[in-house]
Ligand binder design. Structure first.
Ligand SMILES: [Zn+2]
Length: 422
């Protein structure tokens, strides 16, 4: 990458090629979009230092003759060149939390969840402490003392999380930062607790998606790049950076490429552009995106993952407690070959450059009978033949009810897609 950053003028095209070039070879229909190597990005500091600033006018000059006034505008320009995802709600201005509010996003979890409450609490930890808070300088704060009065009228929290029973009309719905307190709720349908109805989307990822809306992010598939006219909502958004078909905010059935709605590296970069990166080096996030926990698989299959961090050193796969493989480059994918019939434990371990380690475990059963599996290349992944995806639905800002924006992760009964093995 021969971009000379020492010249006083920087070509945007050159920066774009530097930023995007490394990941290009990894693109493919089943690959999650790759960001290439984080080490070779042009940081804001590098970019800022390399841009020529006219001594008299103070203007920054880009692309030889493109003037930009002010550091904020220059930062916005740099942001647009970065790979990343997420699409912020914008109705003339970005709809996002202020610097003070973003660090104090308090919530309660209604006792009305009953036996499902622990699942909600665990999903919220995954979506906040181990999710958005690892990617950006935001802080969701749980206020358990409010759980007994966790209603839309409770003024002691920013938002409430409550159960609803819509008979599966949606899995969950949320709000945007400009919603009035009464509308600032995350409503979780009973269907969200039923794996048969979620289509394999873990509750943690459903909550992560809903909290994405709570942070101001629109569905990624509203963007024209999704080529999903049936998922059109409105045009009140601002693309933060490049389109990401695998974003946590992108529904699979709207031409998305992430069935379990895992976070992506682009989600991390996008939210950091809006709210700033975390103030400390956070441990990686690691998810097995295939196979799902409890899945039945053929003896030979591909383990697909989503690893999100700024400084991933390596990713390991352990099978039944024994090291099976190590990967140091995205997309951190592992081929498991000829596993014996029966129950097995897959453990995914991600380690960053300062040694911070996270692991996640998935239980699978290799089917007996000698069928399936085998074969080279394209033979993997055939157990994914049928995937019930969640649906998408939105009532836009022009909703006549005036109830504000509510976005649901909607279950479309009968929307069963047959997905061919790659
Ligand atoms: Zn949504």
């Amino acid at each position: 990458m021969a971009v000379v950053m020492s010249t006083r003028r920087v070509s945007a095209a050159a920066v774009a090629s530097l930023v995007f070039g490394l990941g290009a070879g990894l693109a493919g229909c089943v690959d999650p979009p790759s960001l290439g190597d984080n080490q070779h990005r042009v940081s804001w500091e590098e970019f800022r230092a390399a841009v020529y600033q006219e001594p008299d006018s103070g203007l920054f000059i880009l692309d030889w003759d493109h003037p930009i006034r002010g550091e904020a505008a220059l930062h916005a320009y740099w942001s647009r060149l970065q790979p990343g995802a997420l699409t912020i709600y914008n109705n003339g201005a970005d709809v996002a939390w202020s610097a003070a509010q973003k660090k104090n996003l308090t919530y309660c979890v209604s006792n009305g969840f009953g036996g499902n409450k622990n699942a909600v609490l665990a999903a919220m930890v995954a979506a906040t402490e181990d999710g958005w808070e690892k990617m950006a300088d935001v802080d969701f704060i749980y206020r358990p003392a409010e759980d007994g009065n966790c209603t839309a009228a409770n003024p002691n929290v920013v938002f409430d999380i409550r159960p609803v029973n819509t008979s599966g009309q949606y899995l969950a719905r949320a709000f945007f930062p400009d919603s009035p307190r009464g509308d600032r709720n995350v409503l979780v349908d009973l269907a969200a607790f039923d794996p048969q109805q979620t289509g394999g989307i873990p509750l943690a990822n459903i909550m992560a998606h809903e909290l994405g809306h709570a942070l101001g992010f629109r569905h990624e598939h509203v963007r024209p790049e999704a080529n999903a006219a049936e998922c059109y909502e409105d045009n009140q958004f601002r693309p933060v950076t490049a389109y990401d078909s695998a974003s946590v905010m992108h529904y699979p059935q709207c031409n998305g490429t992430s069935t379990p709605l895992a976070f992506t590296q682009r989600d991390r970069e996008g939210v950091a552009l809006v709210y700033g990166p975390p103030v400390v080096n956070m441990p990686p996030m690691a998810q097995v995106t295939y196979p799902g926990d409890g899945a039945t698989v053929p003896p030979t299959f591909t383990v697909e993952t989503s690893i999100v961090d700024t400084d991933v050193a390596r990713v390991e796969l352990h099978v039944d407690g024994a090291p099976y493989g190590t990967s140091t480059t995205p997309p951190y994918r592992f081929e498991v070959v000829g596993l014996a019939a029966g129950a097995h434990v897959l453990e995914l371990v991600a380690v960053d450059r300062v040694g911070q380690t996270v692991s996640t475990t998935v239980n699978v059963t290799v089917r007996s009978g000698g069928g399936g599996g085998g074969g080279g290349g394209g033979g993997t992944g055939d157990d994914r033949a049928e995937i019930i995806t969640g649906g998408c639905q939105a009532s836009g800002p022009d909703t006549p009810t005036g109830a504000g924006l509510t976005f649901g992760l909607v279950l479309l009964a009968g929307l069963i897609r047959r997905r061919r093995a790659a």
